[in-house]
Design a binder for this molecule. Structure first.
Ligand SMILES: Cc1cc2nc3c(=O)[nH]c(=O)nc-3n(C[C@H](O)[C@H](O)[C@H](O)COP(=O)(O)OP(=O)(O)OC[C@H]3O[C@@H](n4cnc5c(N)ncnc54)[C@H](O)[C@@H]3O)c2cc1C
Length: 363
Protein backbone atom coordinates (compact mmCIF):
# COMPACT_ATOMS: atom_id res chain seq x y z
CA UNK A 1 0.00 0.00 0.00
CA UNK A 2 2.88 2.37 0.73
CA UNK A 3 6.05 3.26 -1.14
CA UNK A 4 7.95 4.14 2.05
CA UNK A 5 7.58 3.05 5.68
CA UNK A 6 9.25 5.45 8.15
CA UNK A 7 9.77 3.95 11.61
CA UNK A 8 9.93 6.56 14.41
CA UNK A 9 8.12 9.87 14.80
CA UNK A 10 10.96 12.10 16.14
CA UNK A 11 12.47 14.92 14.05
CA UNK A 12 14.42 12.55 11.78
CA UNK A 13 11.32 10.44 11.09
CA UNK A 14 8.92 13.36 10.53
CA UNK A 15 11.35 15.11 8.16
CA UNK A 16 12.14 11.82 6.39
CA UNK A 17 8.40 11.43 5.85
CA UNK A 18 8.15 14.99 4.52
CA UNK A 19 11.17 14.44 2.23
CA UNK A 20 9.58 11.31 0.78
CA UNK A 21 6.20 13.00 0.29
CA UNK A 22 7.82 15.96 -1.46
CA UNK A 23 9.37 13.53 -3.94
CA UNK A 24 5.95 12.08 -4.69
CA UNK A 25 5.95 8.91 -2.56
CA UNK A 26 3.11 7.43 -0.55
CA UNK A 27 4.33 7.31 3.04
CA UNK A 28 3.40 5.62 6.32
CA UNK A 29 5.09 6.91 9.49
CA UNK A 30 4.86 4.68 12.60
CA UNK A 31 5.46 5.96 16.14
CA UNK A 32 5.39 3.54 19.05
CA UNK A 33 4.02 6.09 21.55
CA UNK A 34 0.38 7.16 21.60
CA UNK A 35 1.36 10.82 21.06
CA UNK A 36 4.07 12.43 18.96
CA UNK A 37 6.73 14.22 21.01
CA UNK A 38 6.01 12.46 24.28
CA UNK A 39 7.69 11.67 26.55
CA UNK A 40 10.11 14.56 25.98
CA UNK A 41 13.78 13.58 26.35
CA UNK A 42 15.76 16.56 25.04
CA UNK A 43 16.75 20.11 26.03
CA UNK A 44 15.44 21.67 22.82
CA UNK A 45 18.35 24.05 22.17
CA UNK A 46 18.95 24.61 18.45
CA UNK A 47 20.86 27.15 16.38
CA UNK A 48 18.60 29.83 14.95
CA UNK A 49 20.05 29.07 11.51
CA UNK A 50 19.06 25.41 11.98
CA UNK A 51 15.52 26.37 12.95
CA UNK A 52 15.30 28.78 10.02
CA UNK A 53 16.14 25.90 7.68
CA UNK A 54 13.10 23.98 9.01
CA UNK A 55 10.80 26.99 8.86
CA UNK A 56 8.85 25.95 5.75
CA UNK A 57 7.52 23.06 7.88
CA UNK A 58 7.90 24.14 11.52
CA UNK A 59 7.34 27.74 12.62
CA UNK A 60 9.65 27.87 15.63
CA UNK A 61 8.14 31.16 16.80
CA UNK A 62 5.11 29.09 17.90
CA UNK A 63 7.24 26.88 20.18
CA UNK A 64 9.76 29.46 21.39
CA UNK A 65 10.88 29.38 25.03
CA UNK A 66 14.04 31.50 25.26
CA UNK A 67 16.96 33.01 23.31
CA UNK A 68 20.48 32.05 24.27
CA UNK A 69 23.04 34.66 23.31
CA UNK A 70 26.18 33.39 25.04
CA UNK A 71 27.84 30.27 26.40
CA UNK A 72 29.99 30.22 29.54
CA UNK A 73 32.36 27.27 29.56
CA UNK A 74 33.69 26.42 33.00
CA UNK A 75 36.62 24.09 33.51
CA UNK A 76 38.09 24.03 37.02
CA UNK A 77 38.81 27.64 37.93
CA UNK A 78 39.00 28.77 34.31
CA UNK A 79 36.17 30.26 32.28
CA UNK A 80 35.72 30.90 28.61
CA UNK A 81 32.80 32.98 27.30
CA UNK A 82 31.57 32.86 23.73
CA UNK A 83 29.16 35.62 22.67
CA UNK A 84 28.33 34.79 19.08
CA UNK A 85 27.56 37.79 16.91
CA UNK A 86 25.23 35.86 14.65
CA UNK A 87 24.98 32.22 15.65
CA UNK A 88 22.35 32.62 18.35
CA UNK A 89 20.65 29.57 19.85
CA UNK A 90 16.94 29.25 20.50
CA UNK A 91 15.37 27.14 23.21
CA UNK A 92 12.14 25.59 21.97
CA UNK A 93 9.65 23.10 23.33
CA UNK A 94 11.00 19.89 21.82
CA UNK A 95 7.70 18.10 22.29
CA UNK A 96 5.89 20.83 20.33
CA UNK A 97 8.56 20.82 17.61
CA UNK A 98 7.90 17.13 16.96
CA UNK A 99 4.14 17.74 16.97
CA UNK A 100 4.42 20.58 14.42
CA UNK A 101 6.68 18.45 12.19
CA UNK A 102 4.19 15.56 12.34
CA UNK A 103 1.33 17.96 11.53
CA UNK A 104 3.24 19.17 8.46
CA UNK A 105 3.79 15.55 7.43
CA UNK A 106 0.05 14.81 7.70
CA UNK A 107 -0.95 18.05 5.94
CA UNK A 108 1.16 16.96 2.97
CA UNK A 109 -0.77 13.69 2.78
CA UNK A 110 1.34 11.34 4.94
CA UNK A 111 -0.32 8.57 6.98
CA UNK A 112 0.51 8.44 10.69
CA UNK A 113 0.18 5.31 12.83
CA UNK A 114 0.51 5.84 16.60
CA UNK A 115 0.90 3.46 19.53
CA UNK A 116 2.48 0.52 17.71
CA UNK A 117 6.12 -0.53 17.92
CA UNK A 118 7.44 -1.72 14.56
CA UNK A 119 10.31 -4.18 14.69
CA UNK A 120 9.79 -6.35 11.62
CA UNK A 121 6.31 -6.15 10.07
CA UNK A 122 7.15 -3.44 7.59
CA UNK A 123 4.47 -1.95 5.33
CA UNK A 124 6.74 -1.12 2.37
CA UNK A 125 9.87 -2.43 0.68
CA UNK A 126 11.51 0.93 1.22
CA UNK A 127 12.16 1.53 4.94
CA UNK A 128 13.59 4.51 6.80
CA UNK A 129 14.74 3.61 10.31
CA UNK A 130 14.42 6.83 12.31
CA UNK A 131 13.79 4.97 15.54
CA UNK A 132 16.30 6.68 17.78
CA UNK A 133 19.56 5.69 19.48
CA UNK A 134 18.56 2.05 20.20
CA UNK A 135 17.30 1.42 16.68
CA UNK A 136 15.41 -1.86 16.31
CA UNK A 137 15.46 -1.42 12.52
CA UNK A 138 19.28 -1.24 12.51
CA UNK A 139 19.51 -4.34 14.74
CA UNK A 140 16.99 -6.32 12.68
CA UNK A 141 18.89 -5.74 9.43
CA UNK A 142 22.32 -6.23 11.02
CA UNK A 143 23.80 -2.74 10.54
CA UNK A 144 27.22 -2.18 12.19
CA UNK A 145 26.88 -1.06 15.83
CA UNK A 146 27.31 2.54 17.01
CA UNK A 147 30.63 2.53 18.87
CA UNK A 148 30.04 5.19 21.57
CA UNK A 149 27.14 6.61 23.56
CA UNK A 150 26.71 8.98 26.48
CA UNK A 151 24.12 8.44 29.19
CA UNK A 152 22.34 11.60 30.39
CA UNK A 153 20.00 12.83 33.09
CA UNK A 154 18.23 16.16 32.95
CA UNK A 155 15.59 17.96 35.02
CA UNK A 156 13.65 21.24 34.82
CA UNK A 157 14.28 23.09 38.09
CA UNK A 158 13.47 26.34 39.82
CA UNK A 159 16.86 28.01 39.54
CA UNK A 160 17.93 31.64 39.79
CA UNK A 161 19.79 32.41 36.54
CA UNK A 162 22.26 35.32 36.78
CA UNK A 163 21.96 35.82 33.04
CA UNK A 164 18.75 34.25 31.65
CA UNK A 165 20.24 34.23 28.14
CA UNK A 166 23.54 32.54 28.94
CA UNK A 167 23.96 28.78 28.95
CA UNK A 168 26.63 27.28 31.22
CA UNK A 169 28.72 24.28 30.29
CA UNK A 170 30.81 22.50 32.91
CA UNK A 171 33.77 20.40 31.83
CA UNK A 172 35.49 18.02 34.24
CA UNK A 173 36.94 14.58 33.60
CA UNK A 174 36.06 13.58 37.17
CA UNK A 175 32.55 15.03 37.43
CA UNK A 176 31.35 14.37 33.86
CA UNK A 177 33.66 11.71 32.41
CA UNK A 178 33.53 11.77 28.61
CA UNK A 179 30.94 14.55 28.33
CA UNK A 180 29.77 17.59 30.39
CA UNK A 181 27.25 19.17 32.74
CA UNK A 182 24.90 21.98 31.66
CA UNK A 183 22.45 24.60 32.89
CA UNK A 184 20.24 26.10 30.19
CA UNK A 185 18.05 28.98 31.38
CA UNK A 186 14.36 28.81 30.50
CA UNK A 187 13.77 32.21 32.13
CA UNK A 188 15.17 34.18 35.10
CA UNK A 189 14.07 31.55 37.61
CA UNK A 190 13.99 28.21 35.79
CA UNK A 191 16.65 26.12 34.05
CA UNK A 192 17.21 22.76 32.41
CA UNK A 193 20.05 21.19 34.38
CA UNK A 194 21.68 17.98 33.28
CA UNK A 195 24.78 15.84 32.96
CA UNK A 196 26.12 13.31 30.50
CA UNK A 197 28.80 10.63 31.03
CA UNK A 198 30.27 8.06 28.63
CA UNK A 199 28.55 4.69 28.72
CA UNK A 200 28.93 2.26 30.46
CA UNK A 201 29.20 4.78 33.36
CA UNK A 202 25.85 5.65 34.97
CA UNK A 203 24.91 9.35 35.29
CA UNK A 204 22.84 9.30 38.52
CA UNK A 205 25.63 9.91 41.07
CA UNK A 206 27.18 12.60 38.82
CA UNK A 207 23.77 14.25 38.41
CA UNK A 208 23.14 14.38 42.16
CA UNK A 209 26.60 15.79 42.85
CA UNK A 210 26.13 18.42 40.12
CA UNK A 211 22.76 19.54 41.55
CA UNK A 212 24.38 19.82 44.99
CA UNK A 213 27.27 21.85 43.51
CA UNK A 214 24.79 24.29 41.92
CA UNK A 215 22.84 24.49 45.18
CA UNK A 216 19.66 23.03 43.67
CA UNK A 217 17.57 21.74 46.55
CA UNK A 218 14.10 21.80 45.00
CA UNK A 219 12.41 18.81 43.36
CA UNK A 220 12.45 18.85 39.54
CA UNK A 221 9.29 19.89 37.72
CA UNK A 222 10.12 17.12 35.24
CA UNK A 223 13.08 14.77 34.81
CA UNK A 224 14.34 12.07 32.44
CA UNK A 225 17.27 9.83 31.59
CA UNK A 226 18.27 9.03 27.98
CA UNK A 227 21.24 8.12 25.81
CA UNK A 228 22.86 9.97 22.92
CA UNK A 229 25.06 8.33 20.25
CA UNK A 230 28.41 10.08 19.83
CA UNK A 231 29.61 8.33 16.71
CA UNK A 232 28.19 7.75 13.26
CA UNK A 233 27.40 4.18 12.20
CA UNK A 234 29.97 2.89 9.72
CA UNK A 235 27.12 2.14 7.36
CA UNK A 236 23.75 3.92 7.31
CA UNK A 237 22.01 2.41 4.28
CA UNK A 238 21.76 -0.99 2.55
CA UNK A 239 19.69 -3.35 0.40
CA UNK A 240 18.81 -6.61 2.13
CA UNK A 241 16.24 -9.39 1.62
CA UNK A 242 14.41 -7.34 -1.00
CA UNK A 243 14.23 -4.27 1.27
CA UNK A 244 15.98 -0.94 0.88
CA UNK A 245 16.82 0.37 4.37
CA UNK A 246 18.06 3.89 5.19
CA UNK A 247 18.85 5.06 8.74
CA UNK A 248 18.46 8.71 9.77
CA UNK A 249 18.99 10.76 12.93
CA UNK A 250 20.13 9.12 16.17
CA UNK A 251 19.68 5.66 14.65
CA UNK A 252 22.46 6.57 12.19
CA UNK A 253 24.50 8.41 14.85
CA UNK A 254 24.05 11.76 13.02
CA UNK A 255 24.69 13.76 16.19
CA UNK A 256 27.29 16.36 17.18
CA UNK A 257 29.71 14.40 19.39
CA UNK A 258 30.76 17.67 21.06
CA UNK A 259 27.38 18.63 22.51
CA UNK A 260 25.01 15.73 21.74
CA UNK A 261 22.86 18.05 19.61
CA UNK A 262 21.08 15.95 17.00
CA UNK A 263 17.92 17.79 15.98
CA UNK A 264 19.45 19.81 13.14
CA UNK A 265 21.43 16.96 11.57
CA UNK A 266 18.66 14.43 12.24
CA UNK A 267 16.07 16.60 10.50
CA UNK A 268 18.35 17.46 7.56
CA UNK A 269 19.54 13.88 7.03
CA UNK A 270 15.95 12.67 7.53
CA UNK A 271 14.85 14.92 4.70
CA UNK A 272 17.65 13.51 2.50
CA UNK A 273 16.63 9.94 3.44
CA UNK A 274 13.06 10.71 2.36
CA UNK A 275 14.24 12.23 -0.90
CA UNK A 276 16.52 9.23 -1.61
CA UNK A 277 14.18 6.55 -0.25
CA UNK A 278 14.75 3.31 -2.12
CA UNK A 279 18.26 4.44 -3.16
CA UNK A 280 20.71 3.55 -0.35
CA UNK A 281 23.93 4.48 -2.14
CA UNK A 282 22.60 7.87 -3.23
CA UNK A 283 21.44 8.62 0.32
CA UNK A 284 24.75 7.68 1.93
CA UNK A 285 26.67 9.67 -0.67
CA UNK A 286 24.47 12.77 -0.37
CA UNK A 287 24.28 13.04 3.42
CA UNK A 288 27.99 12.37 3.85
CA UNK A 289 28.82 14.90 1.13
CA UNK A 290 26.71 17.58 2.85
CA UNK A 291 27.27 16.89 6.55
CA UNK A 292 29.99 14.23 6.88
CA UNK A 293 32.80 16.76 7.41
CA UNK A 294 30.82 18.70 10.05
CA UNK A 295 30.08 15.56 12.06
CA UNK A 296 33.66 14.30 11.68
CA UNK A 297 35.05 17.59 13.04
CA UNK A 298 32.71 17.46 16.06
CA UNK A 299 33.85 13.87 16.62
CA UNK A 300 37.54 14.80 16.37
CA UNK A 301 37.12 17.55 18.93
CA UNK A 302 35.24 15.22 21.30
CA UNK A 303 38.00 12.60 20.91
CA UNK A 304 40.59 15.27 21.67
CA UNK A 305 38.73 16.42 24.81
CA UNK A 306 38.22 12.85 25.95
CA UNK A 307 41.98 12.24 25.89
CA UNK A 308 41.82 14.14 29.17
CA UNK A 309 38.55 12.52 30.35
CA UNK A 310 36.31 15.15 28.72
CA UNK A 311 38.12 18.18 30.12
CA UNK A 312 40.42 20.49 28.19
CA UNK A 313 44.00 20.41 29.41
CA UNK A 314 44.39 23.41 31.81
CA UNK A 315 46.95 24.95 29.45
CA UNK A 316 44.53 24.73 26.53
CA UNK A 317 42.02 27.23 27.93
CA UNK A 318 44.81 29.62 28.90
CA UNK A 319 46.25 29.32 25.41
CA UNK A 320 42.81 29.75 23.81
CA UNK A 321 42.27 32.94 25.83
CA UNK A 322 45.77 34.27 25.16
CA UNK A 323 45.37 33.72 21.43
CA UNK A 324 41.88 35.33 21.36
CA UNK A 325 39.94 32.23 20.34
CA UNK A 326 36.95 33.53 22.34
CA UNK A 327 36.81 36.50 19.97
CA UNK A 328 37.27 34.39 16.87
CA UNK A 329 34.48 31.99 17.89
CA UNK A 330 32.21 34.89 18.79
CA UNK A 331 32.87 36.47 15.42
CA UNK A 332 32.77 33.43 13.15
CA UNK A 333 31.80 30.37 15.26
CA UNK A 334 29.09 28.02 14.00
CA UNK A 335 27.08 25.71 16.22
CA UNK A 336 26.47 22.96 13.69
CA UNK A 337 28.37 23.42 10.42
CA UNK A 338 31.95 23.30 11.66
CA UNK A 339 33.07 22.42 8.13
CA UNK A 340 32.03 25.92 7.06
CA UNK A 341 34.57 27.41 9.48
CA UNK A 342 37.40 25.83 7.48
CA UNK A 343 37.62 28.62 4.93
CA UNK A 344 40.60 30.78 3.95
CA UNK A 345 38.68 33.92 5.01
CA UNK A 346 38.62 32.76 8.63
CA UNK A 347 42.40 33.06 8.74
CA UNK A 348 42.16 36.63 7.53
CA UNK A 349 39.43 37.38 10.12
CA UNK A 350 41.62 35.88 12.80
CA UNK A 351 44.59 37.99 11.76
CA UNK A 352 42.38 41.10 12.00
CA UNK A 353 41.15 40.14 15.48
CA UNK A 354 44.69 39.55 16.75
CA UNK A 355 45.88 42.84 15.21
CA UNK A 356 42.97 44.77 16.77
CA UNK A 357 43.58 43.21 20.18
CA UNK A 358 47.30 43.92 20.09
CA UNK A 359 46.93 47.52 18.93
CA UNK A 360 44.00 48.00 21.38
CA UNK A 361 46.10 46.68 24.26
CA UNK A 362 49.07 48.90 23.41
CA UNK A 363 46.94 52.12 23.33
C1 LIG B 1 19.49 14.91 27.69
C2 LIG B 1 19.41 15.21 26.22
C3 LIG B 1 19.41 16.53 25.80
C4 LIG B 1 19.43 16.81 24.43
N1 LIG B 1 19.41 18.12 24.06
C5 LIG B 1 19.47 18.44 22.74
C6 LIG B 1 19.44 19.80 22.33
O1 LIG B 1 19.35 20.71 23.15
N2 LIG B 1 19.54 20.07 21.01
C7 LIG B 1 19.65 19.07 20.06
O2 LIG B 1 19.77 19.37 18.87
N3 LIG B 1 19.64 17.78 20.43
C8 LIG B 1 19.54 17.43 21.75
N4 LIG B 1 19.51 16.12 22.12
C9 LIG B 1 19.60 15.08 21.08
C10 LIG B 1 18.26 14.93 20.38
O3 LIG B 1 17.26 14.72 21.32
C11 LIG B 1 18.32 13.76 19.40
O4 LIG B 1 19.48 13.85 18.62
C12 LIG B 1 17.08 13.76 18.53
O5 LIG B 1 15.96 13.48 19.30
C13 LIG B 1 17.21 12.71 17.42
O6 LIG B 1 16.01 12.63 16.71
P1 LIG B 1 15.55 11.25 16.08
O7 LIG B 1 14.29 11.53 15.38
O8 LIG B 1 16.67 10.63 15.36
O9 LIG B 1 15.31 10.26 17.33
P2 LIG B 1 14.24 10.37 18.48
O10 LIG B 1 13.95 11.76 18.82
O11 LIG B 1 14.75 9.46 19.56
O12 LIG B 1 12.93 9.75 17.86
C14 LIG B 1 12.81 8.37 17.62
C15 LIG B 1 11.34 8.05 17.71
O13 LIG B 1 11.14 6.71 17.31
C16 LIG B 1 10.23 6.08 18.18
N5 LIG B 1 10.52 4.65 18.10
C17 LIG B 1 11.63 4.02 18.57
N6 LIG B 1 11.57 2.71 18.25
C18 LIG B 1 10.41 2.52 17.56
C19 LIG B 1 9.82 1.39 16.94
N7 LIG B 1 10.42 0.20 16.94
N8 LIG B 1 8.61 1.54 16.33
C20 LIG B 1 8.00 2.78 16.30
N9 LIG B 1 8.54 3.88 16.87
C21 LIG B 1 9.74 3.76 17.48
C22 LIG B 1 10.50 6.72 19.52
O14 LIG B 1 9.39 6.62 20.38
C23 LIG B 1 10.80 8.17 19.14
O15 LIG B 1 9.65 8.96 19.12
C24 LIG B 1 19.45 15.78 23.48
C25 LIG B 1 19.42 14.45 23.91
C26 LIG B 1 19.38 14.16 25.26
C27 LIG B 1 19.32 12.72 25.71
Amino acid sequence: MYDVHVVGGGPAGCFAGIGALVSGKKVLLSEEHGQIGEPEACSGLISRSGLESLKPYVDYKKIYLNTITSARIISGKKEFIIRPKEEIAILVSRCELDKLAAQSFEQQGGALSLGKKVTRNFSAKSIIGADGPASAVADYFGFPKISSYVACMQGNFKFACDDPHQTSIYLSGKDFPGFFGWAIPIDESHAKIGVGVSLPKHPIAHYKRFLARLGVASKPESEFAAVIPTSVRKRTAMQKNGYSILLAGDSAGQVKATTGGGIFFGAQCGMLAGKNSGAPQEYEREWKGKYGLDLALHKQFRTFLNMNGGEPHPLLLSAAKSFFFEDLLSERGKMDRWGQMLTPSILSDYTKIVAQKITGASK
